[in-house]
Design a binder for this molecule. Structure first.
Ligand code: 5AD
Ligand code: SF4
Length: 525
């Protein structure tokens, strides 16, 4: 780590100089008796910065570095020999993919994976901060892990991911859960080997959360969850600063990986036999804006479409940056799938304005029209928030009519949840919970209806399914997704797992399709 990074870092703070490993009960008792504010002041008066809109908006492009020199020292490669790790993942695909990276790092340190908390020597909670209920789940899990830690003092419990970027969360853990060994942020994943070592041999809680723009660290090891579908980060962070959203603070500045690094990773996945890749970013449509040369998501997708891999998806899109070049490239089809997840958040231009989404209902509909003209069969799905501060009944009705007008085939729907540090959190959360719930219920009923209708159109049709494995409900049944992301269940030999096959749809439900295998190998492209 260079000097500048060191300055930007919020460095390790010691919680208690006593040996938590050898006498956990005693130490927990001591920590309990210590005045918690005093403890935080004493050990946490740091360079730590809470989410700060003004400062975050001033961050500069030149603050981002790309590193290609990740390595794990010989000693640390042995440290996990004979030991096991477990990572619990909350939140989005970005987090799922970060878990794959942490699994890669831990494996390179000699650790093996386990699903059993009782067997684990390292447990990491890779957390999500997007809504309060996501955070509550994590605090519940932390509570469950306490007896295990008391029983097994050498167990290392770590909290990482988006929640650990929040000052209030770090403080709460320091105050209420001092048995946690390690807290590290989304910008500190590559520091895992050193952090584990410190947690193992040091005597105090290790907290390392860099509150910075974030760098790009290439060449990190990965243990991918499967061999059929793979995620590839194309960019990190978000600069959109929607007024409700914590992500620009937890994930840092928008920064794009270089096209050649992305293309190389996709090629490697293709060579390893992967059938589908999803290009990942919090706002993939802003890809390339920070590069020194003119290059956007459309250009990248165009190049990636030439790689011999059957399916390419991307997520998540922001309507504001969805440009004509991308539509033109997607319209070529081939391995670029025409399922577009295009979060709208609200159907009311006024609500969109206060959300700082930077588009209106009308301009969103205009974009949808363009997409539909270029790709008549495209499937559109979305995200919607209900109960945003001051949202009137009429404004909510506009969301309902937009849902129908666009014909979204499914939607993730959420009740607004104030996030500390965001502008909206300073406004009164003035829609009563019963009203929010009622709006959500009505919206969900409409989403279900539209999904069921979209599914009905598949009755009798033959679709291409990438077979992922046995269905969750019945091991005799196989399941997989169509090009437009519909889950299909059907019977067939296990030998076709990982293949793209043709299935005739015999029955449609609200969220899934049932079918019969027609051909064991579908022609791709
Ligand atoms: N409250 C409720 N939903 C939110 N989302 C983001 N922030 C919040 C919040 N504070 C939703 C948005 C986003 C999705 C990932 O989560 O719909 O698209
Ligand atoms: Fe949750 Fe957003 Fe972080 Fe993903 S990026 S884990 S959705 S807070």
């Amino acid at each position: 780590m260079n000097e500048q990074q060191r300055k930007q870092a919020n460095q390790i703070k010691q919680v208690d100089p006593s040996d938590i490993k050898s006498a956990p009960e005693e130490n927990l008792e001591r920590l309990k008796n210590m005045d918690s504010d005093e403890m935080i002041d004493k050990y946490f008066q740091t360079t730590y910065e809470p989410p700060n809109l003004k400062k975050a908006k001033k961050r500069l492009k030149k603050d981002v570095d790309i590193h290609y020199d990740f390595s794990i020292s010989k000693e640390l490669q042995q440290i996990g020999k004979g030991k096991k790790f477990l990572i619990r993942t909350y939140g989005c695909q970005m987090n799922e993919h970060d878990t794959e990276i942490m699994a890669g790092i831990l494996s390179d340190m000699g650790y093996e994976t386990t699903d059993d908390t009782n067997e684990a020597d390292v447990i990491l909670l890779n957390t999500c901060a997007i809504r309060e209920n996501a955070e509550n789940k994590v605090f519940g899990e932390i509570g469950h892990l306490k007896p295990l830690k008391l029983e097994k003092p050498d167990l290392i419990i770590g909290v990482c991911g988006c929640m650990s970027q929040e000052e209030s969360v770090v403080n709460r853990i320091l105050k209420k859960h001092p048995f946690i060994d390690l807290i590290f942020g989304t910008h500190n994943i590559h520091r895992l080997p050193a952090l584990i070592e410190e947690a193992m041999f040091g005597k105090e809680m290790v907290v390392e959360v860099w509150s910075k723009e974030g760098d790009i660290i290439e060449n990190l090891p990965k243990v991918r969850k499967g061999k059929i579908k793979g995620w590839v980060n194309i960019m990190y962070g978000c600069d959109k600063f929607c007024t409700y959203c914590i992500v620009p603070y937890t994930r840092g500045k928008e920064r794009s990986r270089l096209p050649e690094d992305i293309i190389q990773e996709v090629r490697q996945l293709a060579a390893a036999g992967y059938k589908e890749i999803t290009l990942l970013g919090q706002n993939v449509n802003a890809y390339g804006k920070d590069l020194e040369f003119q290059y956007g998501l459309g250009d990248l997708m165009d190049e990636i479409s030439k790689i011999d891999i059957p399916r390419i998806r991307f997520t998540t899109s922001h309507p504001r940056d969805f440009d004509d070049r991308l539509i033109e490239v997607l319209a070529k089809g081939g391995n670029l799938l025409d399922h577009i997840h295009l979060p709208v958040q609200s159907g009311s231009s006024e609500v969109l304005r206060v959300m700082a989404r930077r588009y209106t209902r009308e301009s969103y509909l205009e974009l949808v029209k363009k997409i539909r003209t270029a790709m008549p069969n495209a499937t559109l799905t979305t995200d919607i928030i209900v109960g945003f501060p001051n949202e009137t009944d009429e404004q909510f009705e506009e969301t309902m009519t937009l849902m129908e007008e666009v014909g979204f085939e499914s939607a993730y729907t959420f009740i607004y949840s104030p996030r500390e540090g965001t502008p909206a959190a300073r406004w009164e959360d003035n829609i009563p919970m019963e009203v929010k719930k009622e709006r959500l219920q009505r919206l969900n009923a409409l989403v279900n209806k539209q999904s069921a209708e979209a599914m009905k159109k598949y009755q009798g049709q033959t679709v291409k399914v990438l077979v992922e494995g046995e269905s969750k409900k019945d091991p005799e049944v196989l399941s997989g997704y169509t090009e437009r992301n519909k889950l299909v269940n059907f019977r067939g030999p296990k030998s076709i797992i990982g293949e793209i096959v043709e299935v005739k749809i015999t029955n449609t439900k609200t969220w899934t399709l049932d079918g019969e295998l027609v051909h064991e190998a579908a022609e791709v492209k």
